[in-house]
Design a protein around this ligand. Structure first.
Ligand SMILES: Cc1cc2nc3c(=O)[nH]c(=O)nc-3n(C[C@H](O)[C@H](O)[C@H](O)COP(=O)(O)OP(=O)(O)OC[C@H]3O[C@@H](n4cnc5c(N)ncnc54)[C@H](O)[C@@H]3O)c2cc1C
Length: 392
């Protein structure tokens, strides 16, 4: 790594690669630093929403994404079974896909590199480099090497070392889900449905969360569950054991392997999923936060890939625009864009997350959803809202 960069990006997941691709497109000199060697695994449900697909298309990856396993609907068990389709929106795909993150993230990082970004793997960021005024002017690697840039984009994931080192005091800090997944072959045909199981009981309490079964193609499935930390006893939950309990509720004819067997092949992995803007405002002098480091995950569904792509693309664009028009002390342009995109929705989402942490309320909500008349009304208004450009 030689010289000074316009933009230094910590993390080469979807948010970092999208930011790098966008900034490099506008001619900026960009370095992406990731501690991993790609291809690398990232615990995920591997589900791409229609909006995530649209961002990949926007990045010139339409042909690539079309090769992924296609999903056309969501089947919800509440516990009664009902179906959602992806809404039809002008210029938007009406379907999603599933793809292993090992593959997707490698494709995205290569894509950023093809656009001109310099990619450094096995480069672990220890923290930010600050100037005398406390402005971020680069990053320090674990090796001790400094990588300097006019702007730094922290896309270093849920446990962001840059965010931790800056001891960010965000009023929305703390909103997070714990999610765990496993991958396996099942004795059932592939289909085109993302299956969501809303009844998730821990010691009799309905949790604010859900379980999922996502088809990956070739009889392979991603199965997992997630719950929000607004439930007061969330720390008492042993996520692995809980996933094992969930697997046992699935149809016997699928021949779901027991959790002990899945643990042996290392596909069982849990991770945090920050949501609702845990790093608000999304910038400090010299640095912008994107993806999980920003807490960009959607508060209710936990969808994070589309949000990582969107915040990454916006951070890349806003970083370059601010550098050209005034310098790295002020990235208010990014804050304005993020607020306009998700501000209202995330405010409601944080409120909903808190509410759903109360098991009595979560249970009442689930009963209401299980009622067809109520559900039909709700879905009608959801589909209407989905026509708005912001909705995922
Ligand atoms: C179990 C689970 C299931 C999920 N399922 C879905 C789903 O089905 N659909 C969906 O849309 N979202 C899902 N999400 C959310 C989604 O995975 C994340 O929101 C998304 O990965 C965020 O992307 P990112 O680029 O911000 O972070 P990441 O994908 O975590 O990438 C961060 C990158 O930073 C690197 N890094 C970390 N620390 C350092 C360091 N010190 N130095 C250098 N590099 C570093 C990492 O190696 C990594 O490559 C799920 C999350 C979990 C936990």
């Amino acid at each position: 790594m030689t010289g000074r960069y316009d933009v230094v990006i910590a993390g080469g997941g979807p948010s970092g690669s999208a930011a790098a691709w966008q900034a490099a497109q506008s001619g900026a000199r960009v370095a992406v630093l990731d501690k991993a060697e790609f291809p690398r695994d990232k615990p995920c449900g591997d589900g791409l929403t229609a909006r995530a697909v649209s961002y990949l298309q926007k990045m010139g990856l339409a042909d690539e994404v079309a090769t992924y396993h296609r999903v056309n609907r969501v089947t919800v068990f509440s516990p009664s079974e009902w179906e959602l389709t992806f809404p039809r929106r002008p210029g938007m795909p009406d379907h999603g896909h599933t793809v292993s993150r090992t593959h997707l993230d490698t494709v995205l990082l290569k894509h950023a590199e093809s656009a001109g970004a310099e990619v450094y793997q096995g480069a672990e960021v220890a923290g930010p480099e600050l100037d005398a005024r406390g402005r971020v002017v680069g990053v320090v690697l674990k090796s001790g090497e400094k990588v300097l840039g006019d702007a730094v984009i922290a896309a270093d994931g849920a446990y962001s070392p840059i965010k931790r080192a800056l001891k960010l005091d965000s009023q929305y800090n703390g909103y997070s889900a714990i999610a765990i997944r496993s991958e396996m072959n099942l004795n059932r045909p592939d289909n085109d449905s993302l299956d969501i199981y809303l009844k998730l009981l821990f010691q009799g309490d309905q949790l604010p969360g859900y379980g999922w079964v996502f088809p990956m193609g070739g009889s392979r499935f991603n199965i997992g569950l997630g719950y929000v930390n607004s439930y007061k006893n969330w720390q008492s939950i042993n996520a692995t054991q809980f996933l094992g309990d969930f697997l046992r509720t699935l149809p016997a004819e699928w021949e779901v392997p027991p959790i002990e067997e899945l643990k042996k092949n290392k596909s069982v992995r849990a991770w945090r999923l920050p949501m609702g803007f845990t790093a608000w405002p999304p910038w400090r002098p010299g640095v912008l936060f994107a993806g999980d480091a920003l807490g960009a995950g959607k508060p209710v569904s936990g969808a994070g890939i589309s949000k990582a792509l969107e915040s990454g693309l916006t951070a890349g664009e806003c970083a370059v625009a601010a550098l050209v028009n005034g310098g790295p002390d002020d990235f208010t342009n990014y804050e304005q864009r993020m607020r306009a995109a998700w501000g209202r929705e995330y405010r409601r989402g944080r409120f909903f997350n808190k509410l759903a942490g109360n098991p009595a309320i979560a249970s009442a909500g689930l009963k209401a959803l299980d009622n067809r008349t109520f559900r039909d009304l709700l879905l009608k208004s959801m589909y209407k809202k989905a026509q708005s450009p912001q909705h995922t």
